[in-house]
Design a protein around this ligand. Structure first.
Ligand SMILES: [Zn+2]
Ligand SMILES: [Zn+2]
Length: 407
């Protein structure tokens, strides 16, 4: 067996891994790095099948390119399929708005739909000389780890989270010979989740008590649902805007992929959904607004930000990773954001909370020990050495893009 990364080995984003066994070549994930302009992985050769771990664009964003050119079959879970479809359509709109040429068009997205082979956790897929079994990765609902069985067992994790949250159950180790594992948080641990939730809710209470609004920018996929579940513990007047609304509905279509469909439904019933101008104005009078985009770069969050940024009673509560160059990162580093092409100062309070859906350093080490592989391949990280050092006694590979590695 051999593997080659087309992207995403040495960085977080644009992941793609080829796996060759005899005359069969499989592709695992094929994503982009959604920057402005986006970055893409190396061109994939014609492959019969791509296995997509989850819907986030750094794992799925280039799949239509593949289906349009090579008629590749796409293997993924039903929620991943539906959410990826939504994000891929949206990526074309973003490309048009930002004025760059996307690498695929609507007809390629249609080819992706035609070629989709939806499968569930526990299912086995025959792929020539290898057999692939799906396991839950715990990262977001439907996120999958792929177990590849041939003359050895290789597990490809995609993004994983080992902590059980209100949204999904944590990933369980899968015994294997070679473990290809993400390492986004190599060398870093998350603060205690319950403590973070408590501080987050306390902050909202304080902001509301002084007459302010808490603006919670959240990614549509995973984080928005996480925030609704967290906010259900407080008695707030919460309004929801942006693409997270559609993602909620998709997840409710697949209750078996959620830790508790009832809890998510209850949490959704507690919030008011913004539909139209008048509701958006009303939302500004509420306690909390949860909305996209999570990095303040576009979407409905912009108009709310515009309305509340000068009010020292109000606060922006960031809930996710803020990529270099994003408005959210500029807010954290310089206290300014770009609105309508102009840099403006933000006078309200802001805070960042760590609700990450990735395993932290110690979680990764424990997970690897549970899988007990001979060989560990670290990918999807820019501090991989920190994790490699913690894996005494195992063969560790830190692959670079474009090179074949025998397993
Ligand atoms: Zn992800
Ligand atoms: Zn990722």
């Amino acid at each position: 067996m051999e593997i080659q990364f087309l992207g995403g080995a040495t960085e977080v984003g644009r992941l793609g891994m080829l796996l060759r066994q005899g005359s069969d070549t499989l592709l695992f994930d094929y994503g982009m790095l959604p920057k402005d302009p986006p970055l893409y992985p190396m061109k994939a050769p014609p492959v019969d099948r791509v296995f997509v771990s989850h819907a986030h664009l750094d794992h799925s964003g280039m799949v239509p390119w593949l289906c349009g050119r090579h008629d590749t079959d796409v293997v993924l879970t039903p929620p991943t399929s539906d959410v990826a479809d939504l994000l891929l359509e949206d990526s074309l709109k973003v490309a048009a708005a930002e004025g760059y040429d996307p690498p695929f068009d609507g007809s390629d997205i249609q080819a992706t739909r035609r070629n989709t082979r939806a499968v569930d956790f526990g299912d086995r897929v025959d792929a020539g000389s290898v057999e692939v079994t799906l396991h839950s990765a715990g990262h977001i609902p439907g996120a999958t780890m792929f177990e590849v069985n041939a003359n050895q067992t290789v597990v490809f994790t995609g993004d994983i989270h080992t902590l059980t949250t209100d949204l999904v159950k944590g990933a369980r180790p899968v015994p294997c010979d070679t473990l290809v594992i993400e390492s986004t948080y190599a060398g870093r641990n998350h603060p205690d989740r319950l403590k973070t939730q408590y501080q987050f809710l306390e902050k909202i209470r304080a902001v509301n008590n002084r007459g302010g609004l808490a603006l919670v920018p959240a990614f549509a996929v995973g984080r928005t649902q996480d925030m609704l579940l967290t906010l259900a513990a407080g008695k707030f007047d919460v309004w929801l805007d942006g693409m997270g609304k559609k993602v909620n509905n998709i997840y409710m279509d697949y209750p078996e992929y959620l830790r508790s469909a009832r809890k998510l439904r209850d949490a959704m019933n507690r919030v008011q959904v913004v539909r139209g101008e008048r509701a958006a104005r009303q939302a500004l009078e509420a306690d909390v607004i949860v909305t996209t985009s999570g990095m303040l770069d576009g979407g409905p969050v912009v108009r709310y930000l515009q309305a509340m940024r000068d009010d020292p009673r109000s606060a922006i509560l960031l809930t996710g990773y803020q990529v270099e160059g994003s408005n959210g990162r500029r807010l954290m580093d310089e206290g300014v954001v770009e609105l309508d092409g102009e840099d403006v100062k933000v006078r309200c309070e802001w805070q960042k909370y760590d609700f990450s859906a990735h395993a932290g350093h110690d979680d990764l080490v424990r997970f690897i020990e549970g899988c007990d592989p001979q060989r560990v391949v670290l990918m999807h990280g820019d501090h991989r050495e920190a994790l490699a050092e913690a894996l005494d006694g195992r063969e560790v590979l830190l692959p670079v893009e474009g090179q074949w590695y025998p397993l």
